[in-house]
Design a binder for this molecule. Structure first.
Ligand code: ZN
Length: 65
């Protein structure tokens, strides 16, 4: 794998994401990893549509770990 060692870990906190569920999931990892899991979670658990807007919204709420 050619991933950069310096890539900072990101955190996606589902509590910060608008949802009707009382969801406290937190995903941590590289941005790519977090995006993959968070998008799948939003679609499967929260019924969101997998759209560019969803991915933009999720990406915008990533925090540095
Ligand atoms: Zn959730």
């Amino acid at each position: 794998m050619a991933s950069r060692k310096s890539s900072a870990r990101k955190v996606a906190d589902c509590r910060a994401f608008p949802s009707e569920k009382d969801c406290s999931l937190t995903v941590a990892g590289t941005e790519d990893e977090v995006m993959k899991v968070a998008v799948r979670h939003a679609v499967n658990e929260h019924g969101h549509k997998n759209t560019p807007k969803l991915r933009r919204d999720i990406r915008s709420m990533l925090k540095d770990e």
